[in-house]
Ligand binder design. Structure first.
Ligand code: ZN
Ligand code: ZN
Ligand code: ZN
Ligand code: ZN
Length: 486
């Protein structure tokens, strides 16, 4: 801050920080964009990076992970929350009647690959067992500790050598396919329960979901999904089955789905991969009343999971996660070991060029995903008609900014009721943006700038929390309830 004040650029930085939303690693761009009337060709507005306070356009990085960019991950979390909650309550173009359709919160887990330290319900012992018993590696097979959630040993195997790291890696590598097969199996089971053919299901009901992948302490993902059943006419039309029937179909599909993973090389074995036995299904709505957990809780959980980091934090490498990283690399190397063209060496590159045989090897790219502990799936996905898309929300935000500018130009007021429809529309725009930009680099020019960005982002978060708290208080007071103590 001192260096910025000394050379008189503090104001320019403050303005740029605000425009970039306090992003930690903005992309620096040089160039210009013209907003052109699509009919007349008239240039309505010109934006040039040289006119910007710091001479360049600083564009937010848009990273999902909180560890990478606190500011951008917050926008991502809020968009995810909107995406999930519009599927729960409607809004932003989704009919409000969706809230009468049965809805489940489903968690699909990874199976066990050996004993790991964990936090147990009700502060029970980690792994009670015979006191003196040891495995063939001389390590205790029981753990009588009551671990706290922040204990660094959580997720670590009791014996790293007994733990089947290799199978865990192979499971994670195939987890996205396991999820895909689950969605197919679910439709099939549902069709059976309704008593129709698989391909006729769409005439009776439509299955919609939003799911996020969450890394557990042991380094394997869980899938958390909201599963909704709509009628044949899509969101809001009456559902063909009850929440209980949908739950039965989910449980049946989760236990039935399986996948045979091919061996990594000649010395390896085939593996039958499944989900863990602890499939958790909770009814969020059964069409009449709200149940065990509220829709808001679920939307907030999912939004939070979506920004969680994965992989190994280089500042604080946890040994059992490092082992998973190494395992990804080792398996990829084994899979390509006997290639005469040396593909094994190139497989870690950004765009590896592999020979025909290696390109068909299912484990060829595993090493490239080692930082993600072998998980190559998307962190949040949803079926087409669950609700709005992240892209639509981003476009709406962009349109809102442009409307603000246009409003000044045309001196017209925005009608709040029309606003949402106008922002969420996919209609053709009456203006075009013609742009030419060049990439100048990433990040802030001085290391102190990033510190200021992070500090500003953290203050913005505090303010948002304070404002939410104020709003909550106002709503509880006006609702005639007394707030609880604090
Ligand atoms: Zn960012
Ligand atoms: Zn333990
Ligand atoms: Zn052992
Ligand atoms: Zn090859």
């Amino acid at each position: 801050m001192l260096s910025r004040i000394a050379d008189g650029t503090m104001n320019a930085l403050a303005t740029t920080l605000a425009k970039a939303g306090n992003c930690a690693h903005p992309v620096r761009l040089a160039g210009r964009s013209d907003t052109v009337d699509a009919h007349s060709g008239e240039i309505l507005k010109t934006f040039r990076s040289v006119d910007q306070p710091m001479g360049l356009l600083y564009k937010p990085c848009g990273n999902r992970r909180e560890q990478v960019c606190p500011a951008c991950s917050r926008i991502y979390a809020r968009d995810t929350f909107e995406l999930i909650s519009t599927g729960l309550h409607g809004g932003k173009g989704v009919p409000a009647a969706v809230n009468s359709n049965p809805l489940l919160f489903v968690t699909l887990t990874a199976p066990s690959f050996g004993r790991v330290h964990g936090v147990r319900d009700g502060r029970a012992w980690c792994h009670p067992g015979a006191r003196g018993e040891r495995c063939s590696h001389g390590r205790r097979t029981a753990c009588w500790a009551r671990h706290a959630a922040e204990d660094s040993v959580i997720g670590a195997p009791l014996c790293p050598e007994c733990y089947d790291t290799m199978s865990a890696t192979v499971w994670q590598w195939h987890a996205p396919e396991l999820w895909r097969r689950f969605t197919i199996a679910l439709r099939r089971h549902l069709a059976t329960l309704i008593g129709v053919q698989d391909r006729e299901l769409a005439h009776h009901g439509r299955l919609e979901y939003a799911k996020v992948a969450e890394f557990q302490a042991r380094g394997l993902v869980h899938f958390h999904a909201l599963v909704r059943i709509d009628g044949p006419d899509g969101p809001g039309s009456p559902a063909p089955v009850s929440a209980a029937t949908l739950e039965a179909a989910v449980r049946a599909a989760a236990s039935a789905v399986a996948l045979t993973a091919p061996p990594v090389d000649g010395g390896d074995v085939e593996r039958a991969l499944r989900f863990g036995t602890q499939t958790d299904v909770r009814i969020v709505r059964d069409g009449r009343t709200d149940c065990e957990i509220t829709a808001e809780q679920v939307a907030a959980y999912l939004a939070k999971y979506a920004t969680k980091s994965s992989g190994v934090d280089p500042r604080n490498p946890v040994p059992h996660l490092v082992r998973l990283v190494d395992s990804c690399r080792a398996l990829a190397a084994r899979a390509l070991a006997d290639c005469p063209f040396g593909c094994g060496k190139r497989a870690f590159e950004r765009r590896p060029r592999l020979c025909g045989r290696c390109a068909r090897n299912p484990y060829a790219l595993l090493g490239r995903w080692s930082a993600m502990l072998g998980f190559r799936g998307h962190f949040s996905t949803k079926s087409r008609h669950y609700s709005v898309t992240l892209g639509a929300l981003r476009r709406a935000r962009y349109r809102f900014q442009r409307l603000g500018i246009e409003r000044h130009r045309l001196a017209s007021a925005l009608e709040p009721r029309e606003l949402e429809a106008r922002l969420m529309t996919d209609d053709e725009e009456s203006t075009l943006v013609v742009a030419a930009w060049a990439y100048m680099g990433s990040g802030w020019p001085r290391s102190g700038d990033k510190v200021l960005a992070d500090a500003a982002a953290s203050r913005a978060r505090e303010f948002a929390r304070w404002r939410a708290e104020q709003r909550r208080r106002t709503s509880t007071t006006s609702g005639g309830k007394t707030s609880g103590g604090t």
